[in-house]
Design a protein around this ligand. Structure first.
Ligand code: NAG
Ligand code: NAG
Ligand code: NAG
Ligand code: NAG
Ligand code: NAG
Ligand code: NAG
Ligand code: CU
Length: 644
């Protein structure tokens, strides 16, 4: 009898430790929320609840996430940082690995988690996650966690917050009235999807705090007043503890820290987070870019208050994540078998919109999601990068290759890059510069022996970075700026990793019915090359491509006139490219009407630029561009008046 009981107890213990399947059924729905206490807005809830839940699983567990789309727009879900090894079709980015999930349809994200640490999930459909479709995803593992001593564990999220819906923000960003590509500025910042939180602590206690920046635009600084912390994890990679007084997280990045409380305290302390305002094109006077929350030892003690020096972001000195060393001591990967060099720049195309480019191509989604091109292609074509489209920035990788990805940034902004399907080693990361400094392998003296690994890393303005990883995860993996406005401007490339091996993986398993159903319901072709051609695989006629360039010699003058002309075209009138209006060939009445409208638009644009200039743009270059534009507009206006 005793033996039997013992056996049952052992069996139960084994059972508890065994892998579990976590099943979720959630319906996305618009609801009204007011997380910053300033303005109501529509957010995307799960079954009417928002903020969205933190999902916690153990290493080895499986997830079966049923997503029912109750929105009036299509959606998708990406589990950020999960490698989806063997389950590429569950990765989530629309047009890369799946079709959009249209309103009223559902989808199941099914995968096994073979990783540890702090992750998050978010919509990967346009910039929809700024509407609140994002939450944390934590993977526990006793084995790795036992390397650190802590008493309690909690999560914390940071994000920027906009009062306008993502659709409006993107329209504003990708507009010919925004020729400098200035990003919309957040109205607020949130911590744990709210403001002014209180964290009641016990003395002499070590807290493991998992932090994620789930914003769409701005990096954040975070510190605990008068408390140093130990960084122990970045992006799912546990590291040798590193002492820090302040941390910095770009959008998409995560960190775990250990915070040890004092044995006694005579006051309460601030939990301070601040926007990296150098990423904002202007600093509106009413933007509260530093927020103070309470770390409370005792409610009867005085609260922390904002210190004046905290407003001086230039004096902030956060811990440099490049210095972190993974706990597994994984050494620098050997010299690469394959190197991809990309140059990043931003420029206006013929529609007047400001786009982002890798090697002169801005990413344009293909007609067929790239994974479905790879799975439907005949063997003789699947390894030919051409079939994936000429505007998808597709790069082919062979199985087992050590790959080096070099990003040379010719833009004066910093960009947080995220790679799907891998945790890469960051082996070089330059300082910011005033003018572009490309990576020069010969000038590099020493690479780190044990480089930091993560899935999201910042390249500095006009600087460069070099990432290394092994092509051991067959799949179609997106590499893109996580600053969502830039992603919408086309700052992305596609890795076609080991497509033959990928086809083999899927030879033994069918794509689920709901997966193809999303394609049919959204009228997305799911076979063929990027142009959906299933007969002639190298014929890309009809594929989606970027707009034509601005005509030669076009400057601000040019696209201001173009902006006006295009707007006029919306009124059903014919329009021309050149700004002088000299070669107009139509009745004088029509021309006069057009001139009036053009002047009205120019004055509006001029006014907008003046307002932006007066709210102190961040870089000299931006200021100069705006000033130049105001001048051009005034000159144009003068010419128009002469015509009257
Ligand atoms: C959410 O709603 C769906 C259907 O609308 C339902 O099937 C599901 O059980 C609900 N989930 C939760 C967690 O309430
Ligand atoms: C947070 O605190 C600040 C400063 O005390 C206050 O102005 C603001 O209204 C508070 N916000 C919320 C949402 O409680
Ligand atoms: C933040 O919110 C989560 C729930 O989403 C909660 O578990 C955690 O304790 C909160 N953190 C703090 C510091 O209040
Ligand atoms: C991009 O275009 C510029 C100007 O036409 C050219 O100088 C440069 O070599 C191109 N870059 C790449 C990587 O093709
Ligand atoms: C994916 O799984 C294969 C085999 O199970 C393994 O060899 C490979 O290292 C894994 N790749 C990644 C990126 O974890
Ligand atoms: C200008 O208009 C005239 C008369 O309508 C027409 O004959 C001529 O072809 C037009 N020229 C151009 C360049 O469109
Ligand atoms: Cu960017």
């Amino acid at each position: 009898m005793v033996l039997l009981v013992t056996l049952v107890v052992i069996a139960m213990a084994v059972c508890q430790a065994a892998a579990k399947t976590h099943t979720f059924f959630f319906e996305t729905k618009w609801i009204t929320a007011n997380p910053d206490g300033v303005r109501d807005r529509q957010v995307i809830s799960f079954n009417g609840s928002w903020p969205l839940p933190t999902i916690e699983v153990n290493k080895g567990d499986s997830v079966e996430f049923h997503l029912i789309n109750g929105l009036d727009v299509s959606t998708s879900l990406h589990f950020h940082g999960l490698l989806q090894n063997g389950s590429n079709h569950m990765d989530g980015p629309v047009a890369v690995t799946q079709c959009p999930i249209p309103p009223g349809e559902s989808f199941v994200y099914e995968f096994t988690v073979d990783q540890v640490g702090t992750y998050w999930y978010h919509s990967h459909s346009g910039s929809q996650y700024s509407d609140g479709l994002r939450g944390l995803f934590i993977v526990h593992d006793e084995e790795v966690e036992s390397n650190y001593k802590f008493d309690k564990e909690l999560v914390l999220s940071l994000s920027d917050w906009y009062h306008d819906p993502s659709e409006v923000l993107i329209q504003r960003q990708l507009s010919l009235y925004n020729p400098t590509g200035a990003e919309p500025i957040p109205q607020n910042t949130l911590i744990n999807d709210t403001k002014n939180i209180t964290f009641e602590v016990e003395p002499d206690t070590t807290y493991l705090i998992r932090i994620a920046n789930i914003g769409i635009m701005s990096s954040q600084y975070l510190f605990f007043e008068d408390h140093d912390v130990d960084i122990i994890e970045v992006d799912g990679v546990y590291v040798h503890p590193a002492r820090a007084s302040m941390i910095y997280l770009a959008v998409g990045q995560r960190m775990s820290i250990l915070l040890k409380t004092k044995s006694s305290a005579s006051k309460n302390f601030g939990i301070v987070h601040a926007l990296d305002i150098s990423m904002l094109d202007a600093l509106p006077a009413d933007l509260q870019y530093v927020s103070v929350n309470q770390m409370v030892y005792d409610k009867s003690l005085p609260d922390a208050t904002l210190k004046k020096e905290w407003l001086d972001i230039d004096s902030y000195a956060p811990f440099d994540d490049f210095e972190l060393r993974p706990l597994d001591n994984m050494p620098l990967l050997p010299d690469p078998d394959h190197r991809i060099d990309v140059v990043l720049h931003m420029e206006n195309l013929g529609d007047g919109v400001n786009y982002a480019f890798f090697n002169n191509y801005t990413y344009v989604a293909p007609k067929v999601p790239t994974l479905l091109t790879a799975l439907s292609a005949p063997k003789e074509y699947v390894s030919n990068a051409k079939i994936y489209g000429s505007n998808t920035n597709s790069f082919l990788l062979s199985y087992g290759d050590v790959v080096e990805l070099v990003v040379n940034n010719e833009d004066d902004n910093k960009h947080p890059f995220h790679l799907h399907g891998h945790q890469f080693q960051t082996i070089v990361r330059s300082e910011p510069y005033d003018d572009p400094h490309h990576y020069d392998p010969d000038a590099e003296t020493k690479l780190p022996e044990i480089p930091v690994r993560r899935d999201t890393m910042i390249v500095e303005g006009n600087g460069h970075m070099v990432l290394r990883f092994e092509a051991n995860n067959p799949g179609i993996w997106f590499f893109h700026c996580h600053l969502d406005f830039h992603l919408e401007q086309g700052l992305a490339l596609t890795l076609i990793e080991a497509p033959l091996e990928l086809q083999e993986q899927f030879a033994s398993k069918e794509l689920p019915e709901y997966f193809l159903h999303a394609c049919k319901a959204s009228e997305t072709p799911y076979k063929g090359n990027a142009a959906a051609n299933t007969k002639h695989w190298l014929d890309l006629t009809g594929e989606n491509v970027q707009p034509p360039p601005l005509p030669d010699g076009f400057t601000f003058k040019g696209y201001v006139a173009l902006a006006a002309c295009t707007a006029i075209a919306l009124y059903g009138l014919k329009c021309i490219y050149s700004y002088g209006m000299g070669d107009l060939n139509r009745s004088e009445n029509v021309a006069a009407e057009e001139r009036r409208m053009i002047r009205k638009l120019m004055l509006k644009l001029n006014q907008e630029q003046r307002e932006m200039l007066s709210s102190s743009p961040s870089t000299v270059k931006k200021r100069e561009e705006m000033r130049q534009m105001i001048e051009e507009l005034e000159e144009l206006d003068k010419r128009f008046r002469e015509l009257e």
